[in-house]
Design a protein around this ligand. Structure first.
Ligand SMILES: Nc1ncnc2c1ncn2[C@@H]1O[C@H](COP(=O)(O)OP(=O)(O)OP(=O)(O)O)[C@@H](O)[C@H]1O
Ligand SMILES: [Mg+2]
Length: 236
């Protein structure tokens, strides 16, 4: 079974008598180890899809199996447990805790897993090393560049050793050089077998992915693997 198997996902919002369909009959299948970029205009449903795939939100209709588990069968507590074990998140804004060192920020997700402090610090420092920040562990986020802060956020997302990294515009707040550096980090993680699904407006990031999914108005309108010719848009 694929790591992600979502079928006919809908996510609809009711706002003052009006319904907004953020996702319309989205099918998504992602294999272990793939790197998928999601592109599309503002409001097309990209973040909504990421929230459903990331178990932050539930679909209004449709089925979603993560690593063979039917997520609809899980209550909120179990869903959160599966999320914490399986998924690492990175957002456009780095969401680091000010006043805590990079090391403490990265170690924070391990607090909930009953991991002893010594091991938490060892794993956090290894995660920081893996994103090239072994020499910045004691720095406060305010003492780091944007690119460095985003690499801390990636280390924090990975310290729990998730199966899947989800990122929503990870280079959106970075200058060109920092964005390129972050792309290098993502390439390395993918090469080590991590499954990556990210939303991006950055052409270089999309070009580096194995596969690019384009959304418009809640639909997946194209889904192409590197080296394949573009598919015709799916009928609405
Ligand atoms: N909590 C909510 N309540 C009502 N409507 C929502 C909610 N969240 C998203 N929407 C609507 O769903 C649609 C898709 O939103 P979404 O955030 O997924 O878009 P997006 O593709 O991520 O856009 P952007 O590129 O601007 O981040 C939009 O029309 C949005 O207004
Ligand atoms: Mg969004």
């Amino acid at each position: 079974m694929s790591l992600i198997e979502a079928t006919q996902l809908w996510r609809s919002y009711w706002m003052g008598g009006e319904v907004v369909h953020a996702l319309r009959a989205v099918d998504l299948r992602v294999e272990q180890g793939e790197w998928v970029a999601i592109i599309g205009p503002s409001g097309s449903g990209k973040s909504t899809l990421m929230h459903v795939v990331g178990l932050i939100d539930r679909p209004t209709a449709g089925t979603y199996f993560l690593d063979g588990v039917d997520t609809a069968s899980l209550d909120d507590y179990r869903l959160a447990g599966l999320r914490n074990r399986s998924i690492g998140f990175v957002f456009q804004s780095f969401n680091l805790i000010a006043g805590e060192t990079a090391l403490e920020n990265v170690a924070a997700p391990l607090m909930y897993g009953g991991v002893r402090r010594v091991e938490r610090m060892q794993r956090a420092s290894a995660a920081l090393e893996s994103v090239g920040l072994g020499d910045r562990m004691a720095h406060d986020p305010s003492q780091l560049s944007g690119g460095q802060q985003q690499r801390v956020a990636i280390a924090r997302a990975l310290v729990t050793q998730p199966r899947l990294l989800l990122a929503d515009e990870p280079t959106g707040n970075l200058d060109t050089a920092s964005g390129a550096e972050l792309l290098g980090v993502l390439r390395g993680l993918h090469a080590q077998g991590l499954t990556v699904v990210l939303i991006t407006h950055d052409q270089r990031v999309a070009a580096a992915a194995d596969r690019v999914i384009e959304m418009t108005d809640g639909y997946v309108v194209s889904d192409r693997r590197r080296g394949e010719s573009p598919m015709e848009p799916a009928p609405a």
